[in-house]
Design a protein around this ligand. Structure first.
Ligand code: ZN
Length: 165
């Protein structure tokens, strides 16, 4: 009697699919059927993965919106000017500026040796730096590095600086 080539496999999702195992050698079919039965059927697998991808994207978007709202509130409270640059990176630049300047405050004032007047002078420098791309470029920097980074910034990073002030 020939070994069967067509198997009804009950998948882990409960669906039964008929699999043609002609391409597998006879002695491998039983093992392959066991392997298949431990898995979801193709349709269920695809649905589950699409749902995963969709919820990850949704979560990221919600988190980004939250960070954006926090960055805007912060910018208003501390009179930070709007950034300049290509539309598609403006929001990213604002989020990075917020995170980096907040981290710098923690490093330099809360946990460091700066007093509030040091910080106020520094904040003035931060306000001049309005090129969104500059902030995006510094996104991996430490808060404590910010004074040095600001010193290194060029004139084109401060497009609104008034030379007569
Ligand atoms: Zn299924």
């Amino acid at each position: 009697m020939a070994i069967a080539t067509s198997f009804d496999v009950v998948h882990s999702c409960g669906h039964t699919l008929t699999h043609d195992l002609t391409s597998r050698s006879a002695d491998q079919r039983a093992g392959y059927v066991r392997w298949l039965s431990a898995r979801q059927c193709t349709d269920c697998w695809r649905t589950a993965h699409q749902a995963d991808a969709a919820s990850t994207a949704e979560w990221l978007e919600a988190r980004r919106a939250e960070e954006q709202a926090a960055a805007q509130e912060w910018a208003t409270r501390f009179a930070m000017p709007l950034l300049e640059g290509p539309e598609k990176i403006l929001a990213w630049g604002e989020r990075t500026r917020h995170q980096l300047v907040t981290a710098a405050y923690t490093d330099l004032v809360t946990e460091g040796t700066w007093d509030e007047s040091d910080w106020a002078a520094f904040e003035e420098q931060v306000r001049l730096l309005t090129r969104a791309g500059w902030w995006v470029d510094q996104r991996d920097a430490q808060g404590s590095d910010l004074p040095e980074l600001l010193d290194a910034a060029g004139q084109r990073d401060r497009p609104t600086e008034n030379p007569f002030r």
